[in-house]
Design a binder for this molecule. Structure first.
Ligand SMILES: Nc1ncnc2c1ncn2[C@@H]1O[C@H](COP(=O)(O)OP(=O)(O)OP(=O)(O)O)[C@@H](O)[C@H]1O
Ligand SMILES: [Mg+2]
Length: 336
């Protein structure tokens, strides 16, 4: 199995993950939900990429596609997903399974449903370890599980390894999911809303933990979040998703300082400002389009204050400056 998924080139210049033209649709009674509808996105080696966008914009569906976790009524309709040069969409289930955990791992949005309530957390970590290394003895796997729980900051790991998920707080359950995700030292960690359910101090602890582990283990991280403040603090680059497409992509500091897509502008305006707490938050007016019948042209047009006639035709991503792309007719083009 190993030779199948390993890549000859560990080339530092190529992205670790390259998603091209990805479409992942769900067939429902109402019609086809185009949850992911033409996503192009790279994750570079060692970087932390933030992925933001309103609820339903396709963040989880994009990365569930990367993980090979899309199940009926969903399917990848089109596109390419390459991990370190290996095309994932053409691998069979066995090969995909072998890569999960070892090459790519994802922590799910909801720790309580992602963990098996009937199994002790230690057992769940050990299962992952032994699935990838059958030669590992039970005692070695147990020792490693305790080590992982310590690594993610769970106090009294030696005794808590025998506890069930419901015996942990929300923050501790998130940490256990991270421990499971890290068990086989993945090269890419996808953290889907790792902190939404947590209070602010625990949020910071979990994010600091992920950042620390990224530095220590040299992995790449995708941080999916609603929170642009989190992106600003932790991510090198950010991808803004809207209605199943990337609408803006670039270095975090640049995108936040000078957003080029009206949707990104709107997102930033809707953030409360610490220095100006009296200033009212301006939510973006209007609704996300129905993904069953999304408009052919710009999907944000109906809510956009700068809308014009040319927005009715399909808009491709444009390079606006080195490393920055925007899907908007108003964005002035530049050489990539
Ligand atoms: N199993 C499914 N069956 C039908 N539709 C689905 C399914 N899973 C996702 N979708 C639809 O795909 C779209 C994108 O969902 P996705 O979960 O990727 O959004 P998201 O950006 O992760 O949102 P959130 O911020 O709420 O987590 C939504 O319209 C959702 O209703
Ligand atoms: Mg989601």
């Amino acid at each position: 199995m190993k030779e199948q998924v390993q890549n000859a080139s560990g080339d530092a210049g190529t992205p670790l993950l390259a998603i091209q033209g990805l479409r992942t649709w769900f067939e429902t009674d109402r019609g086809i939900v185009r949850a992911v509808d033409g996503i192009d996105l790279d994750v570079r080696r060692g970087e932390c990429l933030g992925v933001v966008g309103e609820s339903g914009s396709g963040k989880s569906a994009t990365f569930a596609s990367v993980m090979g976790l899309i199940r009926k009524p969903g399917r990848i309709v089109e596109g390419s997903i390459r991990f370190d040069g290996t095309e994932l969409t053409s691998l069979d289930d066995r090969a995909r399974r072998a890569m999960r955990g070892r090459d790519l791992a994802m922590t799910m949005q909801d720790a309580l449903t992602a963990l098996n309530p009937a199994l002790r957390v230690g057992t769940q970590i050990i299962e992952v370890l032994r699935a990838h290394d059958q030669a590992a003895s039970r005692s070695a796997a147990t020792a490693r599980a305790i080590e992982l729980m310590q690594l993610v900051g769970i106090p009294a790991a030696e005794s808590r390894i025998a506890d069930y998920p419901h015996q942990f707080s929300g923050g501790m359950r998130q940490r256990i999911m991270i421990a499971i995700a890290l068990a086989c030292r993945p090269r890419l960690l996808i953290a889907d809303e790792p902190t939404t359910a947590l209070d602010v101090t625990i949020q910071a602890q979990v994010l600091d933990l992920i950042a620390g582990l990224r530095a220590k283990l040299g992995m790449s991280v995708v941080l999916i979040t609603h929170n642009l403040g989190v992106v600003a603090a932790y991510c090198d680059r950010v991808a803004v998703l809207y209605a199943g497409q990337v609408v803006e992509l670039g270095p975090t500091a640049e995108v936040i300082a000078a957003p080029r897509h009206p949707y990104t502008e709107g997102l930033l305006r809707s953030l409360p400002k610490l220095e100006d707490l009296d200033h009212p938050i301006e939510p973006i007016v209007g609704q996300v389009p129905d993904l069953i019948s999304a408009p052919e042209g710009c999907r944000f047009a109906a809510r956009c204050p700068h809308r014009r006639d040319s927005c009715a035709a399909a808009v491709a991503m444009r390079h606006v400056s080195p490393g920055r792309q925007v899907r908007c007719v108003l964005a002035e083009g530049a050489a990539p």
